[in-house]
Ligand binder design. Sequence first.
Ligand code: ZN
Length: 172
Amino acid sequence: MNWTHPEFLYKKIIEFQTEYPDFFFTSLDKFCKNQNWNLIPYHNYEKEICEISEDGFCYIDDGEYNIFYNTDKPPTRQRFTISHEIGHIYLNHHSTVEPRLLKYSSKYTGIWEQQANIFAHNVLLPIEYIDNIKHHGIDEISKTFGLSKAMVKVRLAKLNQDKKWFKAIKNF
Ligand SMILES: [Zn+2]
């Protein structure tokens, strides 16, 4: 299947959620350790690394995945960034997208970036919980799941699109 098709993306999300059903309550540190992926913090004062990305990026070196993340960003943002990078790994973007483009994602926004964002939204705030908690409001949802309010807002705004694809895939 063509990796750029939404069917590929949503099938991979379902596969991930089946494999790691409690991902959204797991420490990402622990999760990455279990996968043998290196989680490497950096700081705002490390200008050369920040030039690659202010938030984080991921690259393969000698078959090993290295996820870099800016530890000076708010913890909720770090959580999103790392999950976004996990999305790139799980969706095999390192073999389908030119590595240079994966690093400088803020300057080149391709479909892989949208895919990694949709992946992160869904694994951090799974669709099956949303209908039960939606009425609690953005503040409470962001606290419960350790996510930024901005992310929860985007997640809720794009919910129908996600629901449509999950439904379609279950009927395929
Ligand atoms: Zn990215």
